[in-house]
Design a protein around this ligand. Structure first.
Ligand code: MF3
Ligand code: CO
Length: 259
């Protein structure tokens, strides 16, 4: 069952998402050639705790860190460690935080140093796909419309979307119903209702769609070793339209009790 959150709950999820945004801003600034991925994990963990939150990923199903750092052909769930970033690496930073029992989750792909033209294009197209997905988050649309918007934008640009991982509902757990695949067909799956909170997370590959998990049990990589990018934002469906929860409610003071 998909949960419709009250306004007070949406505000608390939004607080967690704002914390995630501030962590991602700091991580983006810190991402540079020579930096170890475990340094980024430490920054994320310390910042979350300093702001009164708890890292949502640490210990989740045994995940050993507060941050996922997925470099180049790594798609998602890269475990931070001794690896040093190199000039031109594309780096997906994915972080979750719990504040007051409510979850925030977000990701963005950034460049260490200077990236190739193709890498920059992949990152731009993936960010655009996320915003096209957000634009689908209106009452009465369906989850399939979100996935279709992502998939079409990828295909139009000659890319593919990852099928094995999906976006998800978010609120009092990291992963709630519904699952939000990064593909269509449109007009199918759950109908969007006011108060639903959805973490949208397009994962887009330059080459083929297929991925597999490395022996560490977490890191997903593309089968063809082509580049992959990933962006994630949590959005609430409101009667006025989509609310990107890391930002202030954008529709004035009309946030009413049934959202
Ligand atoms: N943003 C990812 C997701 O929603 C990250 C989860 S990593 C995990 O699935 F370690 F928490 F599993
Ligand atoms: Co997520």
């Amino acid at each position: 069952m998909t949960i419709q959150r009250s306004v007070s709950e949406l505000k608390r999820i939004s607080s967690a998402c704002m914390l995630v945004k501030s962590v991602l801003d700091e991580l983006e600034n810190a991402t540079a050639p020579g930096v170890k991925t475990k340094d980024l994990d430490r920054i994320a963990r310390e910042r979350i705790i300093k702001e009164g939150g708890r890292p949502a990923f640490l210990g989740y199903r045994g995940y050993p860190a507060s941050l996922c750092v997925s470099v180049n052909e790594e798609v998602v769930h890269g475990i931070p460690g001794e690896r040093r970033l190199e000039d031109g690496d594309i780096v997906s930073l994915d972080v979750g935080a719990v504040v007051d029992g409510y979850y925030g989750d977000g990701a963005r792909t950034v460049v260490a140093g200077k990236a190739s033209v193709e890498a920059e294009r992949l990152i731009r197209v993936t960010r655009e796909a996320l915003w096209k997905a957000i634009e689908e988050c209106h009452v009465g649309k369906r989850v399939g419309d979100i996935g279709y918007a992502i998939e079409q934008h990828a295909l139009r640009n000659g890319y593919s979307t990852v099928r094995e991982y999906a976006g998800h509902g978010i609120g009092t757990s990291l992963h709630e119903e519904p699952q939000i695949p990064n593909c269509g067909p449109p007009g199918r799956r759950e109908r969007l209702l006011t108060g639903m909170c959805l973490a949208l997370e397009p994962m887009i590959n330059v080459g083929e769609s297929a991925v597999h998990v490395l022996k560490d049990g977490w890191t997903a990589v593309t089968n063809d070793a082509g580049l992959s990018a990933h962006f994630e934002l949590a959005v609430a469906v409101t009667s006025e339209g989509p609310w990107v929860l890391e930002e202030k409610y954008p529709y004035g003071d009309r946030l009413v009790s049934n959202a």
